[in-house]
Design a protein around this ligand. Structure first.
Ligand code: PMP
Length: 448
C-alpha cells in the first residue's frame, strides 16, 4: 500500500475517519456533516504559518487555527519549556496559597504588559472560564462593598464570550445563545454600538443593579467588527458615572494580535478587568486568566476575610505558565506585536486592492492581524446574495491551500482572517493572491 508523504496509508486514513465518526463529538461542528462526510480534514503537522493534512497537502493557516497559534507552528522552544517544567514539577496546586515559580513569574510578566493600573492575575484554563470568573468576581466585589443587588451583566449583540454557562449567557450571537434554553437571568445585551441603548438599559434596570459591562475591544467571532471612534470613551464615562465595572474580553485581542499588547489600548481607555486566553500561550497549551485593577485588588484585600471560593484545578498550572512565559519571551524578542501592526497594514492594503479588483468585495477592514472582507451581490447598494457565499468561498480557498473563516451570523456574509503574528510580507502577498484567484473564478461562474 502506497504511503502519502506524511506517512499515512489510505487504510489508516479510513480507519481514523471511522473512529472519528463513531467516538468523537466535535466542538462547534455539524454532527450531521461529520456523520455523512467524516471529519473535514485531519491535520498532522505544522511549521511556521503552514499546516499539513494527513494526505500531505499543505495549507497557509490564515486563521491561526482559532485566532490563537500566534507564534506559528513548530516552535520547539515551547515544547522544551513544557518538557523542562514537566520534568521539574509537572503540576502543583495553587489552592490554599500554595505557589510556584512559573505562576508567580507569569503573573508578574502579564502585569508588566497590561495597562498600568492592572497588576493582579487570576489564572484559568481558557477564555470561557476567564469570563465566568470575571462575572463571579464582580458580583463578589459588589457583595463585599455592601451592594449585593449589583449583579447584572451587560454585554452587546453579536458578541462572543464563550460557552460556559455565564459566558454563553453573556454572548450576544443568537446562534450560541439559543443553542440551549435557559440562559442565566441577570444577563442583558444591548445593540452593538449604541450608547443610547446602553443608557436606556441602565436607566430601566437601575444602575444599582448592574455589576459590570463586558465587551470585546474588537469583536472577533461576530466578524472582526471595530467600534466607532469614541465608543469606548463614552462607555468608560458611563461606567464610571454609574459605578459599573468595565470588563474587556481580550481573549482574541490580547498579547499582540491587534498590533498593541491589548486591543483596548487602541481606544485610549483602561478597563477594570481584562480577560485573556489564546495568545498567552499561542495555543501550545491551554491557559487563560484575568487581570484586575489595583482598585479592585485593594478593595478585595481590605474587605475579603474568608476564602475566595473560586478556583479551577488548573488555575496556575505550572507547565502552562512555563509555556506562557516562554511564549511571551518569543513575542518580545521577535518584536511580534510590531510585526502584527505592520503586517496588518499590509494585509489591509491587500484587501483594499481586492476591493478595487472585485465587484463582490464591499467593505474591507482590519486592525493588526484581524481582518475581514464583506461580500455583496451588489456592493453599490449593499445587496447581499440570496444565500451567503462565504461558506462556499471559504471551502474553495481551502481547496486552494488557504484557511480562513466564512462568517454568516445574523445576515452577514464575509470572510475573516487572523494569520499568525510571525507572518511576513511574501506570505501576506500569497494570501491576497489566493483570494484573488478564487474570487475571479467565482465571478466568472456568475458570468461577470
Ligand atoms: N471570549 C472571546 C472574545 C473569544 O473569542 C473566545 C473564544 N473564541 C472566548 C471568549 C472563549 O474562549 P474559550 O474558547 O477558550 O473558552
Amino acid at each position: 500500500e502506497k504511503e502519502s508523504i506524511t506517512g499515512y496509508s489510505e487504510s489508516r486514513y479510513q480507519e481514523l475517519v471511522e473512529l472519528d465518526k463513531k467516538h468523537f463529538l466535535h466542538p462547534t461542528s455539524s454532527i450531521k456533516q461529520q456523520q455523512e462526510k467524516g471529519p473535514a480534514l485531519i491535520f498532522t503537522e505544522g511549521k511556521g504559518i503552514y499546516v499539513k493534512d494527513i494526505k500531505g497537502k499543505s495549507y497557509l493557516d490564515g486563521f491561526s487555527s482559532l485566532w490563537n497559534v500566534n507564534v506559528g507552528y513548530g516552535r520547539t522552544e515551547l515544547g522544551q519549556a513544557a518538557m523542562d517544567q514537566m520534568e521539574k514539577l509537572a503540576f502543583s496546586s495553587c489552592f490554599s496559597t500554595f505557589s510556584h515559580e512559573p505562576a508567580i513569574l507569569l503573573s508578574a510578566k502579564i502585569a508588566e504588559l497590561a495597562p498600568e493600573s492592572l497588576n493582579t492575575v487570576f489564572f484559568t484554563s481558557g477564555g470561557s472560564e476567564s469570563n465566568d470568573t470575571a462575572f463571579k468576581l464582580v458580583r463578589y466585589y459588589w457583595m463585599l462593598k455592601g451592594q449585593p443587588e449589583k449583579k447584572k451583566i451587560i454585554s452587546r449583540r453579536r458578541s462572543y464570550h464563550g460557552v460556559a454557562m455565564g459566558s454563553t449567557s453573556a454572548t450576544g450571537l443568537a446562534a450560541f445563545r439559543t443553542f440551549t434554553n435557559s440562559p442565566l437571568p441577570d444577563f442583558f445585551q444591548v445593540d452593538n454600538f449604541s450608547i443610547e441603548a446602553l443608557l436606556e438599559l441602565i436607566e430601566t434596570e437601575g444602575p444599582d443593579t448592574i455589576a459590570a459591562f463586558i465587551s470585546e475591544p474588537i469583536q472577533g467571532t461576530g466578524g472582526v467588527i471595530l467600534p466607532p471612534d469614541n465608543y469606548f470613551t463614552q462607555v468608560r464615562e458611563i461606567c464610571d458615572k454609574h459605578n459599573i465595572l468595565f470588563i474587556a474580553d481580550e481573549v482574541i485581542t490580547g498579547f499582540g494580535r491587534t498590533g498593541k499588547n491589548f486591543g483596548i489600548e487602541h481606544f485610549g481607555v483602561t478597563p477594570d478587568i481584562i480577560c485573556f486566553a489564546k495568545g498567552v500561550t499561542s495555543a501550545y497549551i491551554p491557559l487563560g486568566g484575568l487581570i484586575i485593577s489595583e482598585q479592585i485588588h485593594s478593595d478585595l484585600k481590605e474587605l475579603s476575610n474568608g476564602i475566595f471560593f473560586h478556583g479551577y484545578t488548573y488555575s496556575g498550572h505550572p507547565t502552562s505558565c512555563a509555556v506562557g512565559l516562554k511564549n511571551l519571551e518569543i513575542i518580545e524578542q521577535e518584536n511580534l506585536v510590531e510585526n502584527a501592526r505592520m503586517m496588518g497594514e499590509e494585509l489591509l492594503r491587500g484587501f483594499q486592492w481586492l476591493q478595487k479588483e472585485h465587484a463582490i468585495v464591499g467593505e474591507v477592514r482590519g486592525i493588526g492581524l484581524m481582518g475581514a472582507i464583506e461580500l455583496y451581490k451588489d456592493k453599490t447598494t449593499n445587496e447581499r446574495f440570496e444565500s451567503p457565499i462565504a461558506p462556499g468561498l471559504a471551502a474553495e480557498l481551502l481547496n486552494n491551500g488557504l484557511i480562513c473563516r466564512g462568517v454568516t451570523y445574523e445576515g452577514s456574509d464575509m470572510l475573516a482572517f487572523a494569520p499568525p503574528l510571525v507572518i511576513n510580507q511574501e506570505e501576506i502577498a500569497k494570501i491576497i493572491e489566493i483570494i484573488d484567484k478564487v474570487l475571479l473564478n467565482f465571478e466568472q461562474g456568475l458570468g461577470r
